[in-house]
Design a protein around this ligand. Structure first.
Ligand SMILES: *Cc1c(COP(=O)(O)O)cnc(C)c1O
Length: 407
């Protein structure tokens, strides 16, 4: 997250939930045995069990647990066989780790405009697809789903594989289908600010037997360790000794911390959405704040809220809002205003020249971000909504009075 610290005045929005009590006995057993390596056991290691349970939860045949979502994205590009210099489309509004994974895979990131609703600008996506693309990473940034019907139709017609960056979309549905299962490969994060928390961790899912076989080997299933993955045993011989081993495995302790949290996901999704929608309605009642609605096909799983400042003409005004909210106890990040923000594309100076991206820039200069974890209760939600509405009013009222005084 950003460097903003929580004011003692307001609710704590940064702490995660405790690791479920039910994990404790298993953690103790692991500490006693020291069996932290996933390939120590012949079968049914905690990592293997997590993979099976996650695949079942998502309704897909294959899941591979890895060290982070960034690792999953990197392995996805490698599994697809992307070559050095291949062009990978991705939204200009995402986290710096995503273009970084493209660079890590030796490919060229091509940023696509994102509109004021935080979703891919489909006209720009189509134009850049036509200019030539070898893959598309669809980052559902902050859990906002871009138009997957249009994206899949365009990419299928162009023969371009889609990787879903569902790091922040566990539990999100698109026309009833689980986000992460629509593209060729879906990638998830278990970093602490995501719905399931292992400190670090990730998951790659797919329905394609060759992609999973390649990803398993490259994740570090050296020699015959692929035998400990109870899937696609007929596919591994073809890839034996032919692929690099990037060693991006998950360890058993992380898996043990995660397994009971999978059972919590439906509750976290339900409460997170209810919290978000409650605060969204309160913010939308202010003339100065606007929460873009979900797309019609989308059922969201938010753990934070994003809103745009309306009628804030200058960056100074937007900054005054951020400061006023902070003074009232609610930490706000305006993505484009904080120095060196990892979600502002102009700070990704390692990716090479890009198109001007004026739309995305304009959005980032007025788009605000507030954490809203599922565990918050109504008084805390009211505190946050009250503070944000009052901060906007304070700034705009001052502006109006100042304007009148001058006139
Ligand atoms: C958190 C996040 C990532 C990075 O996940 P890691 O597990 O930290 O590598 C990538 N994309 C999005 C949209 C994220 O929110």
């Amino acid at each position: 997250m950003a460097s903003e610290t929580t004011s003692p005045l307001g609710p704590d929005v940064y702490d995660a939930e405790p690791i479920p009590e039910s994990a404790r006995a298993e953690i103790e057993a692991l500490l006693s045995s020291g069996d932290l390596f996933r390939y120590k056991a012949a079968s049914d290691s905690p990592v293997a069990l997590l993979e099976r349970e996650f695949a079942q939860f998502m309704g897909v045949p294959f899941a591979l647990a890895v060290s982070s979502c960034s690792s999953a994205l990197f392995l996805a590009m490698k599994a697809l066989g992307l070559a050095p210099g291949d062009r990978v489309l991705l939204p200009a509004f995402t986290f710096a780790a995503v273009p970084s994974s493209v660079v890590h895979a030796g490919c060229q990131p091509v940023l696509v405009e994102v509109g004021a609703n935080y979703r891919l600008d489909m006209a720009d996506f189509e134009a850049k697809l036509q200019q030539g693309a070898d893959a598309a990473i669809i980052s559902h940034m902050r859990g906002h789903t871009s138009d997957m019907d249009a994206i899949m139709a365009l990419c299928e017609a162009a023969g371009v594989p889609v990787i879903e960056d569902a790091a922040h979309s566990l539990g999100t549905l698109w026309s009833g289908r689980k986000i992460g299962t629509l593209g060729r490969i879906g990638c998830f994060s278990f970093q602490s600010f995501k719905l399931m928390n292992a400190g670090e961790g990730g998951m790659l899912i797919t329905q394609d037997p060759d992609l999973i076989a390649r990803a398993i080997i490259m994740s570090g299933a050296y020699e015959h360790n692929w035998k400990k993955h109870p899937v696609v045993q007929d596919r591994f011989a073809a890839w034996q000794n032919k692929l690099p081993l990037y060693n991006m495995r998950m360890n058993n302790l992380s898996a043990t911390v995660l397994r009971p949290q999978l059972l919590e996901v439906p509750r976290r999704v339900r409460d997170g959405r209810a919290n978000h929608d409650y605060v969204a309605e309160r913010l939308n009642a202010s003339p100065w704040l606007s929460v873009p609605p979900p797309l019609a096909q989308e059922s969201r799983a938010p753990d934070s809220i994003q809103f745009n400042l309306v009628g804030f003409q200058s960056d100074q005004e937007a900054e005054a809002f951020r400061k006023a909210a902070g003074d009232k106890g609610v930490a706000v990040q305006v993505f484009g205003l904080s120095k060196d923000n990892a979600r502002a594309f102009w700070n990704w100076q390692f990716i090479g020249p890009q198109s001007p991206l004026e739309k995305t820039r304009a959005m980032l200069m007025r788009a605000c971000d507030v954490r809203l974890p599922a565990r918050l209760k109504q008084p805390e939600l009211d505190f946050i909504a009250d503070a944000l509405v009052a901060a906007a009013e304070a700034v705009k009222d001052q502006g109006v009075r100042h304007g009148q005084a001058v006139a």
